[in-house]
Design a protein around this ligand. Structure first.
Ligand SMILES: NC(=O)c1ccc[n+]([C@@H]2O[C@H](COP(=O)([O-])OP(=O)(O)OC[C@H]3O[C@@H](n4cnc5c(N)ncnc54)[C@H](O)[C@@H]3O)[C@@H](O)[C@H]2O)c1
Length: 296
C-alpha cells in the first residue's frame, strides 16, 4: 500500500484480502458485499453458533438475489466460497490488507479489539471501524501506528445501502484515505469524507431529525403515523423516523443522545418518551413493539 493508490483508478489493487470482526447485522452484510466484489473475506466472531447464523443470513440474502434475477446459483457458490469463518481473530486477520471492525458499540470492547489487531495484523494493514459515533482518533490511540486507522461507516443493510461515510482520524494518512475511497468504489459504494467529530455527518443529522419527531409526539402535536407519513410523502424518505427507529432498535439511541449531548449540549438530550419506551423493553421490531406493534 502506498500513496500511488490514488492514481490507480476505481480498482482497488492494494486490498486483496479483508477481515471483518463481528458477524452481526452489519458484519455479515459487509462480508457479503466484499465477497460479491470478488475479494476474499475472513469473518470473525466469538462463537461458532453466531458464525453459523451469519452464514445462513448471507446464504438467504444471496437466494433473494437469485429470486430477483440479479445472481445465478454459480455466483452464489463463488461468493460463498470467498468467505471463511473463524472464532480465532489472529487467524482471521493475519494476512488481511484491510480489517473492518463491526463489533458492538462499546468503547472498551473496541479498544480491546484494536489492541489485538495491532498485535496480529501485518504492519501495513488498514484498520477500519464501523462505529456509528466513537472518535476514530480515540480508537486509534491504542495502536502503535494511528495513521493506519480510519472510520468506515456502512449503513444498514450494507448490501442495499449505497453510502460509506469515511471518517478521518487526526492522524489518518492520505494514503489510507485514498485506499479506502478506492476500495469503497471497487465494492460498488459511494463515499463521503468527514473529519473526526461526534456523530460524524450521518448520526448527527439523523439524531437531530429523530429527536424533533419524538418531541412532536411528546408535545401531543401529531402521531408517529402522521409524522412518518409526512417524511415519506412530503420529503420522499423511504421510511419515516419511527419506522426506522423500530428497524434499528430503540436501545441504541439513549447512548448516542448522551454522547452527542456531552459534545453539543441540550439539543441532543433524549426525551422522556424515548427513555420510558426503552425502560419498558419496547425496543422495536426485535422485541415485537417499539413505536409500532409487530406480529412476533
Ligand atoms: N445496526 C445498524 O443499523 C448499524 C449501522 C451502522 C453502524 N453500526 C455499527 O456497527 C457495529 C456493529 O453493529 P451491529 O448492529 O452489527 O451489532 P450486532 O450486535 O448485530 O453484531 C455485533 C457482533 O459482534 C460480535 N462480537 C462481540 N464481541 C466480539 C469480539 N470480541 N470479537 C468479535 N466479535 C464480537 C457479536 O457476537 C455480534 O455477532 C457497531 O459499532 C454499530 O454502532 C450499526
Amino acid at each position: 500500500m502506498n500513496s500511488d493508490n490514488k492514481l490507480r483508478g476505481e480498482e482497488s489493487m492494494g486490498i486483496g484480502k479483508v477481515a471483518v470482526i463481528g458477524s452481526g447485522i452489519m458484519g455479515h452484510g459487509i462480508s457479503q458485499v466484499v465477497a460479491t466484489a470478488g475479494i476474499n473475506v475472513a469473518l470473525n466472531d466469538i462463537s461458532d453458533q453466531v458464525l453459523e447464523k451469519a452464514k445462513s443470513h448471507i446464504a438467504a440474502s444471496l437466494d433473494r438475489g437469485i429470486q430477483r434475477g440479479k445472481l445465478t446459483e454459480e455466483d452464489k457458490k463463488s461468493i460463498l466460497g470467498r468467505i471463511s469463518y473463524t472464532t480465532d481473530i489472529a487467524q482471521a486477520v493475519k494476512d488481511a490488507d484491510l480489517v473492518v471492525e463491526a463489533a458492538p458499540e462499546n468503547l472498551e470492547l473496541k479498544h480491546s479489539i484494536f489492541r489485538k489487531l495491532d498485535q496480529y495484523c501485518k504492519p501495513e494493514a488498514i484498520l477500519a471501524s464501523n462505529t456509528s459515533q466513537y472518535s476514530i482518533t480515540e480508537l486509534a490511540s491504542v495502536v502503535a501506528n494511528p495513521s493506519r486507522v480510519i472510520g468506515m461507516h456502512w449503513f444498514n443493510p450494507p448490501v442495499a445501502m449505497k453510502l460509506i461515510e469515511i471518517i478521518r482520524g487526526l492522524e489518518t494518512s492520505d494514503a489510507v484515505l485514498n485506499e479506502i475511497e478506492t476500495f469503497s468504489a471497487a465494492v460498488g459504494k459511494e463515499t463521503v469524507v468527514c473529519k473526526d467529530s461526534q456523530g460524524f455527518i450521518s448520526t448527527r443529522v439523523l439524531v437531530a431529525m429523530r429527536l424533533e419527531c419524538y418531541r412532536l409526539v411528546e408535545e401531543g402535536i401529531a402521531t408517529p403515523e402522521d409524522i412518518d407519513k409526512t417524511l415519506r410523502l412530503a420529503f420522499g424518505h423511504p421510511m419515516g423516523q419511527f419506522e426506522l427507529a423500530d428497524f434499528s432498535g430503540l436501545d441504541i439511541e439513549p447512548a448516542a443522545c448522551e454522547a452527542l449531548t456531552k459534545t453539543f449540549g441540550d439539543r441532543f438530550r433524549a426525551p422522556q418518551i424515548l427513555l420510558h419506551r426503552v425502560k419498558a423493553g419496547k425496543l422495536g421490531r426485535k422485541s415485537g413493539e417499539g413505536w409500532y406493534k409487530y406480529d412476533k
